[in-house]
Design a protein around this ligand. Structure first.
Ligand SMILES: Cc1cc2nc3c(=O)[nH]c(=O)nc-3n(C[C@H](O)[C@H](O)[C@H](O)COP(=O)(O)O)c2cc1C
Length: 351
């Protein structure tokens, strides 16, 4: 298998390889031989960071493996030389940005296993997301990626975390698709295409759920013009954006840095944005802006205040956040509420 190491980021910072193949058993393994094979495979997969699923039915194997290119390459090299199976046919091989079987060193699926699980399932209270599983499995087997993504986005909007969606929805859907294959209700092609789609949807969910939860944040912000600054265009535009994003918003047009600091100290905001003019370069105002930023930080000891700055010089990158001691400089108004929510979260997790 030739997998290239990509440079684009994933949830762990690196692309992972994903390979699905089918093969025929040279002689039918007994249930205990199958279990032993899987036990040994799990230990090795775990040590190499490989996860996946192995389906066995009627003398046929179908396996999906995912992992860092090096680890995957090693496992695959062993598997393709293993004399317990033949007619090995690679169905798909690609790089993906998130795992489908994140919690499984190697999930075994065989008919006996399925029957055992069906018996056990009735004793367990189903997870609240369980009722979405059959419909989503069908969409995946139909290769309907638009509807898969729309449905998952809707579920993320309800407030489910990406981890919940992945472990209680996407992984069970993959298993339901495995069941469909074992019961001859779909062919290998539908299964592998559907699994690839789920993998992409899992990545989209991580991004979407993260964005959705940031949108729901209940932080508060003081939107201020720089002391003495008469222009207030971006402050007004930011007010709409932060209000839409669910923040508690207050606006201020302080005459001095002391007045601004007093307001920050009295009201305990999570964040402050200090805006210079969007129209005029205010080179000479930078020193005073730095003092205002410092005053805001000093006014909130023990309470994390993220200070963002904006104005024409920051938009044109002729000044930076660091040059005035701020945590963030806006290049544009767009996306500021998400960025500040992110900074607050990071800051709080470090506190
Ligand atoms: C159908 C099938 C699937 C297998 N899946 C894995 C696997 O996921 N991981 C693994 O380490 N070994 C797996 N094995 C076992 C390997 O082929 C090999 O026997 C084992 O990794 C030891 O490797 P080595 O012979 O190169 O030392 C599988 C074997 C078969 C027949």
């Amino acid at each position: 298998m030739q997998v290239q190491t990509g440079s684009a980021p994933t949830e762990t910072g690196r692309w992972i390889g994903c390979l699905t193949y089918q093969s025929r058993a040279v002689s039918r393994p007994s249930e205990s031989e199958l279990r032993q094979l899987v036990e040994e495979a799990r230990a090795r997969n775990r040590s190499l960071g490989v996860t996946g699923m192995l389906l066995y039915e009627n003398g046929r194997f179908l396996q999906t493996l995912e992992g860092p290119p090096d680890g995957l390459e090693q496992v695959w090299d062993s598997i393709r030389h293993d004399e317990r199976h033949r007619d090995i046919e690679v169905l798909t091989e690609h790089m993906v940005s998130s795992r489908l079987f994140s919690g499984w060193d190697l999930l075994l699926y065989s008919r006996e296993d399925r029957e055992r699980r069906a018996g056990r399932a009735s004793d367990l209270a189903p997870h609240a997301l369980a009722h979405y599983v059959p419909g989503l499995a069908q969409l995946a087997l139909d290769g309907d990626d638009l509807r898969i993504n729309a449905r998952l986005a809707g579920i993320a909007e309800q407030g489910w975390s990406a981890d919940d969606i992945i472990s209680h929805l996407i992984e069970p859907v993959a298993r339901a698709m495995g069941d469909a294959w074992l019961a001859d209700r779909c062919c290998e092609f539908d299964l592998t295409v559907g699994l690839s789609m789920l993998q992409l949807a899992g990545h989209a969910v991580r991004t979407h759920a993260c964005t959705a939860s940031l949108r729901r944040s209940r932080y508060s912000i003081l939107l201020a013009t720089a002391p003495g600054e008469p222009h207030m265009l971006s402050t007004a535009m930011l007010a709409d954006q932060f209000t839409d994003a669910g923040w508690r918003v207050e606006m201020a047009f302080p005459p001095s840095k002391e007045a601004l600091a007093n307001q920050v100290a009295a009201q305990g905001h999570d964040a402050v944005d200090i805006a210079l003019s969007d129209a005029l370069p205010r080179q000479r105002a930078l020193a005073r802006l730095r003092e205002a930023v410092e005053a805001c930080h000093r006014a909130s000891p023990g309470h994390l205040v993220v200070v963002s700055v904006g104005g024409r010089m920051f938009a044109e990158a002729s000044a930076s956040a660091a040059s005035v001691g701020a945590d963030h400089a806006r290049r544009s108004v767009g996306g500021t509420s998400l960025r500040l929510a992110q900074l607050l979260r990071q800051g709080r997790s470090l506190q």
